[in-house]
Design a protein around this ligand. Structure first.
Ligand SMILES: Nc1ncnc2c1ncn2[C@@H]1O[C@H](COP(=O)(O)OP(=O)(O)OP(=O)(O)O)[C@@H](O)[C@H]1O
Length: 372
């Protein structure tokens, strides 16, 4: 390890508590919310997956963990408490710069293309080290080589290479190395496997799991792919229109989805077995910033369980054991056959709901199979 980074008081993986977080972007129509009143906890040492269609606010939420939302965006409300750091929303200047990288490691979306094309990976590593005041740069290079080796790459060769000399999967691993090399204990991976072939994707996911366990990290994985969360995440948060509509242990959510959006997402996943036509795309399109309803439920336009309360009342998050679901219909226990959902919102596992349960297990099985 090059140097001891700021860590939690006891040196372990930090817990994260996101409370009432809202992020707005300035548009010609005024400031519009991309993330709205999100409450989410990342327990220390866990992998949390955030899933949702394009535009649901996943990347904006992830950037908020580093207080890195750029203009025309800004965090307009809420806090992000990270153990050992405090509320990052309140951090400024040098404190914030040091926190990024040293405390929170981040692999950006499209990391495959985020390297400087004109500099070798090794040169960029030294730049990173210098910008964070790392005194022992040799140790930093050793650590980088070791990490790359750990991920199945020839560390020395990769450090001598420029971006164009590396494949997509190699660049992704280089991105993960950069997120880990300063020994951050909180790691955010935004779409870590997008644009990779299945085999490379499975390798990257295995690496994420192994490095997470070995280093004792708290990890957040952003993805639109339920197979990815099924494969790596202990906990799952489903986002729609800037809100978290369902969250809980991944197994529970996939085996027994309570929110109609989660059910729709699961149904849209093609199964490994059976008729490909069984995968039913979610009808309609997700809202854009300009079309997210200001009041009521954000999902109502596409929801088979829409009712009067959804027009005006924002559904509160209701706890079902370790799960939390924001849906008037789920809260009213009225998920009926028209949605193919459970007879009760409180755990009826018969009938169609059983079919959803199988669906969730198959997503996990599918991801495992891909990895084999
Ligand atoms: N710089 C920006 N200016 C204006 N609107 C933005 C900006 N960045 C994001 N948005 C809008 O904020 C909303 C959330 O975007 P975000 O990228 O966080 O979603 P996402 O779920 O990560 O989507 P994707 O998977 O496509 O990246 C979208 O409607 C998007 O168009």
């Amino acid at each position: 390890m090059p140097e001891t980074p700021p860590a939690t008081p006891d040196g372990r993986a930090p817990g994260v508590r996101i409370s009432g977080l809202s992020v707005v972007y300035r548009t010609p129509a005024g400031e519009l919310p991309a993330v709205s009143g999100v409450d989410l906890e990342l327990p220390p040492g866990t992998i949390t997956g955030v899933v949702g269609e394009s535009g649901s606010g996943k990347s904006t939420l992830a950037l908020s963990l580093l207080n890195a939302v750029q203009p025309p965006g800004r965090i307009s409300a809420g806090s992000v408490e990270i153990d050992g750091l405090g509320d990052v929303v309140a951090l400024r200047g040098e404190e914030l710069r040091r926190a990024r990288g040293r405390h929170v490691g981040y692999v950006f979306q499209a990391a495959q293309n985020s390297l400087n094309p004109l500099k070798t990976v090794g040169k960029q590593l030294l730049d990173l080290g210098r910008s964070h005041g790392v005194r022992d740069l040799r140790a930093l290079v050793r650590e980088a080589r070791e990490l790359l080796g750990r991920m199945g790459l020839d560390g020395a060769r990769v450090l001598d290479s420029c971006q164009h000399e590396l494949s997509g999967g190699m660049r992704q691993r280089v991105g993960i190395m950069f997120a880990l090399v300063l020994n951050a204990h909180l790691v955010v991976l935004d779409e870590p496997t997008t644009a990779l072939d299945m085999i490379t994707q499975a390798t990257i996911l295995r690496i994420v799991r192994e490095v997470h366990a070995e280093r004792g990290l708290t990890t957040l994985v952003i993805t639109h792919d339920l197979g990815v969360v099924a494969e790596v995440a202990d906990r799952l948060a489903v986002m729609y229109g800037g809100r978290v509509v369902e969250q809980g242990p991944t197994r529970d959510v996939l085996a027994d989805p309570r929110h109609p959006y989660t059910r729709g997402l699961l149904r849209a996943v093609p199964r490994l077995t059976g008729d490909i036509g069984e995968a039913r795309a979610l009808p309609g399109r997700p809202p854009t910033l300009g079309t997210i309803p200001a009041d009521g439920c954000v999902f109502r336009e596409r929801c088979p369980l829409r009712m009067d309360a959804c027009e005006t009342g924002r559904p509160p998050a209701v706890a079902y054991g370790a799960r939390s679901v924001s849906c008037h219909a789920a809260a009213e226990n009225r998920a009926g056959p028209e949605d193919g959902g459970p007879g009760t919102a409180a755990g009826d596992r018969d009938g169609e709901d059983g079919a959803e349960a199988r669906g969730g297990e198959e997503v996990a099985a599918g991801a495992r199979e891909e990895q084999a």
